[in-house]
Design a protein around this ligand. Structure first.
Ligand code: CP
Length: 310
């Protein structure tokens, strides 16, 4: 099927194919060229969790390709949330109305359940709890590729909530498709990747070092990838605040001390205590520039592919 549930479904060749198409989409958008690739197609955007970038870029992607969207952004309006309808039934109802479903959901595994429930239309995982966010990884890899011209031989830091960050979980999968990549994971002790996931990643084609202080960041990294402590994943505010007190924030001083001039500073956003706004004007800051824009181009490419239009 054409569902996109986990980044594990992609090969290195798939990534290259998506990139070629994303480059084409970028030219379309920058050239303001009208495009009707998705004319007659309707895509349901079912967002059971808040979102700015993923929702906005998917909606923009469909519309820029001449398609239409059916948008659910408030889960309280969905019968499965408020009247006890099953999640599976909700998915089957929306598949009857649309040609693809883009799903964000707080529950890990929700995208897989949706893909199994939908019989006729592709389901795209727009983030399922603390599990995965595969389309974010496509834009993250595209951003790295645009800057360095390769996806192998890269060393980077991924900082923040490694335990809960679905963007880190998918990005590690993505980088493990290529050769000789090394990741330094910088997290508070309690927010380290869970041990089972760590062992799973260590059995793959990627080298992982866990570090607990900024002082351990190697100075020759090609990228820093900062993620927020995720308030919505904690049972209590006390626990969240305890983790916030231990978080790492990128400041001009931290960059000056540990980052090369050639690296890029990434953040999937939203930025909650991850990066000082002082850093935004730095030439290495790509989170509000390339990353956000690449989210549009890569999602245009993914939609064209899963809908059989490319
Ligand atoms: N990066 C990301 O997924 O952002 P949103 O939660 O705003 O979609």
């Amino acid at each position: 099927g054409k569902d996109i549930v986990s980044f594990d479904q992609f090969s290195a060749d798939d990534v290259r194919r998506i990139f070629a198409l994303a480059g084409h989409m970028k030219q379309l958008v920058l050239g303001k060229e009208p495009c009707q690739l998705l004319a007659g197609q309707l895509v349901s955007l079912l967002f059971f969790e808040p979102s700015s970038r993923t929702f906005g870029s998917f909606a923009a992607a469909v519309k820029r390709l001449g398609g239409q969207t059916l948008e659910i952004q408030n889960p309280e309006t969905v019968s499965s949330v408020n009247k006890g309808e099953t999640f599976e039934d909700t998915i089957r109802v929306f598949e009857a109305y649309s040609d693809a479903i883009v799903l964000r959901h707080p529950r890990p595994g929700a995208a897989l359940r949706a893909a199994e429930s939908a019989e006729f239309v592709p389901v795209l995982n727009a983030g399922d709890g603390n599990n995965e966010h595969p389309t974010q990884t496509v834009l993250d890899l595209y951003t790295l590729y645009e800057r360095f011209g390769r996806l192998d031989n890269l060393t980077g830091v991924m900082a923040g909530d490694a335990l809960n960050s679905r963007t880190i979980h998918s990005l590690m999968r993505g980088l493990s498709l290529f050769e000789n990549n090394t990741v330094y994971l910088l997290s508070p002790e309690k927010l380290r990747l869970n041990r089972e996931d760590l062992n799973m990643f260590r059995s793959r084609n990627i080298t992982i070092h866990e570090i607990t202080s900024e002082r351990d960041i190697p100075r020759d990294c090609q990228y820093w990838y900062w993620t927020r402590i995720q308030k919505e994943r904690f049972d209590s505010l006390t626990e969240y605040n305890e983790m916030v007190a231990q978080r790492f924030t990128v400041t001009p001083a931290l960059l000056a001390e540990y980052a090369s001039q050639e690296m890029i500073l990434m953040d999937p956003l939203p930025r909650i205590g991850t990066i000082d706004t002082e850093v935004d004007k730095d030439h290495r800051a790509v989170y509000l520039r390339s990353q956000v824009r690449n989210g549009l181009y890569t999602r245009m490419a993914l939609l064209a592919l899963v809908l059989g239009r490319a």
